[in-house]
Design a protein around this ligand. Structure first.
Ligand SMILES: NC(=O)c1ccc[n+]([C@@H]2O[C@H](COP(=O)([O-])OP(=O)(O)OC[C@H]3O[C@@H](n4cnc5c(N)ncnc54)[C@H](O)[C@@H]3O)[C@@H](O)[C@H]2O)c1
Length: 347
């Protein structure tokens, strides 16, 4: 039985990857501060929960670990700007450190889940050999992590980078700050679909079940020469959307599902990020294409919303939740006496 250490295991992607690994018979060490709650992962005899900050990882955590999927991050552009220093530490420094510790302790495979956002703004279709153009702290930290981690690859330490498109779909740690998910919620709840100006910008997408399938495929892929030291864009040609076109697609599906009219509601300044990505490499080298499209994701989210299992809370907007946690940390620190606020410890 192989053991996989997953960082950021309680996050949007981790909360799908971890149960998938457990179902496939892996042992999982789930490392996370669990900023979004421990309840996102269900107990399992082969699951070890490690509540730790990735900036403090040391060799002992890697004992008996075969593979590492290093998901941890402050995970979007606005949070990266607001928590700039922490983003460099977590998304870049800690992941380089985790990769080095993995190599030192005999881990066999290390997967770095990076992002297509490192392409930034590009006129032409970009592939893994195109120059990158990271425009935000989040994208720059990803790029630096890639550059320092890839050269660690050798015959006994396999390293693969995946540049994921913007992920969509339902997960236990739901994120409505991701384009398809956010559009679906707005359209379903209020009949107004939020769309970032000016709608001509290109963005690639990938369903969370598909990107986690790729992570597991890379842990199991036998022809290691095809994946070691390699970068793969993860997504599909038909999932490269101009946001205006995507908004109209989501609008149509929500209208079909609810029978109500949906209006497009524009917001923000024109988005400077636009990238259209080639997914030929993963298709031709690994014979992989995504199985789920945007429509599948929208219908799945609506089903969860209608069942009452899912709602948009502060926790589902990454920037808002981290901002609240920082605010309440200060307030509680100032107020706390004798181990409590109104209820205090006896004695
Ligand atoms: N979701 C997307 O659209 C997308 C797209 C491309 C790449 N990615 C990358 O995939 C990875 C996972 O993204 P996600 O959407 O699941 O993000 P997420 O915010 O849902 O998950 C990140 C997890 O990391 C944990 N974490 C943050 N700082 C920590 C620290 N210092 N120590 C321990 N744990 C900490 C959080 O508690 C959270 O559970 C990230 O690296 C992200 O950059 C995501």
């Amino acid at each position: 039985m192989k053991t996989v250490l997953v960082t950021g295991a309680g996050g949007y992607i981790g909360s799908v990857l971890v149960p998938k690994l457990l179902n496939k018979g892996y042992k999982v060490k789930a490392v996370d501060r669990f900023f979004f709650g421990k309840d996102k992962l269900i107990n399992h005899p082969n699951l070890e929960i490690i509540k730790e900050d990735v900036r403090k990882l040391s060799e002992k955590y890697f004992e008996g670990v075969d593979y590492v999927v290093d998901l941890v991050a402050i995970s979007n552009d606005p949070s990266g700007e607001r928590f700039n220093e922490a983003t460099w530490q977590i998304n870049y420094q800690s992941r380089v450190n985790t990769a080095k510790l993995s190599k030192k302790t005999g881990v066999k495979r290390y997967i770095l889940p990076s992002s297509c956002s490192i392409y930034g703004f590009q006129e032409d279709i970009v592939d893994e050999n195109s120059p990158t153009n990271p425009l935000t702290t989040y994208a720059k930290a990803n790029e630096k992590a890639e550059k320092e981690i890839l050269p660690l690859a050798d015959d006994s330490f396999l390293v693969t980078v995946i540049r994921q498109g913007t992920v969509f779909g339902y997960t236990p740690r739901m994120r409505f700050d991701l384009a398809i998910n956010g559009m679906t919620f707005g359209a379903w709840k209020t009949g107004k679909l939020p769309l970032m100006r000016d709608g001509t910008q290109y963005r690639p997408f990938v369903h969370v079940e598909d990107t986690t399938d790729v992570m597991i495929m890379l842990l199991e892929f036998e022809d290691v020469n095809k994946i070691n030291g390699q970068i793969f864009n993860v997504g599909g040609e038909e999932l490269n959307y101009q946001l205006g076109q995507l908004g109209n697609k989501v609008k149509r599906v929500v209208e079909e599902e609810t029978g109500k009219t949906v209006e497009i509601q524009w917001y923000g300044d024109p988005d400077k990020r636009s990238y259209r990505v080639s997914f030929e490499k993963i298709k031709n080298t690994l014979n992989w294409t995504p199985k789920r499209d945007a429509e599948f994701g929208v219908r799945e989210i609506i089903k969860k919303l209608e069942s009452g299992e899912l709602d948009k809370t502060t926790q589902t907007i990454t920037l808002d939740w981290y901002t609240e946690l920082e605010k309440w940390y200060q307030i509680i620190k100032d107020l706390e006496m004798y181990g409590g606020i109104l209820n205090i410890k006896e004695g």
